[in-house]
Design a protein around this ligand. Structure first.
Ligand SMILES: [Zn+2]
Length: 163
């Protein structure tokens, strides 16, 4: 799997992280699937400005359902291409790797049969006010989390940059 995080979305996240300061913030990752080989591009992220505590983030689904609905509608309800990819949240005071709670929450989501088969967790942190650190993990049913490669733009369209 490879995920592109375009600069427009990166900027939106950076803005949100500066507003939130030392509180955690986060929301949903909304993405476009680019091919059958697991390449995705994050199109937008939702933000729950009230969901964070200093060292714990829990999103409230009702606030994101509406944003998800609007995203589907805007993209002609083409769910095969434009869909929910996963979750994101910030770790203002910790490294960008998943906590035990993060792993348990994400794993429970994909192990729940009848729910989604996989989900992505992207953890971000702002350093020096402008530098965005990103750690992204793929959770799949019956498998341990795997680190996912992130690029600025889909590889076929421009040169790749590693984070
Ligand atoms: Zn976390």
């Amino acid at each position: 799997m490879q995920i592109a995080l375009p600069s427009s979305v990166r900027k939106k996240i950076c803005r949100q992280l500066s507003i939130s300061g030392r509180r955690e913030t986060g929301g949903l990752l909304l993405a476009e699937q680019l091919d059958d080989e697991g390449r995705f591009r994050v199109v937008d992220v939702t933000v729950d400005p009230m969901g964070g505590e200093r060292a714990y983030f829990e999103r409230r689904p009702e606030l994101h359902a509406q944003a998800l609905e609007a995203f589907f509608e805007k993209n002609g309800n083409d769910f095969g291409r434009f869909n929910y990819l996963g979750e994101w949240h910030s770790h203002p005071s910790f490294p960008v790797s998943p906590s035990t709670t993060d792993i348990r929450t994400m794993q429970a989501m994909v192990e729940d049969v009848g729910n989604i088969d996989f989900s992505v967790l992207m953890i971000v942190r702002l350093r020096m006010f402008v530098m965005l650190q990103v750690g992204t993990y793929l959770f799949m049913r019956g498998q341990p989390p795997q680190r996912v490669e992130m690029v600025d733009e889909p590889v076929s369209r421009s040169k790749r940059t590693f984070i």
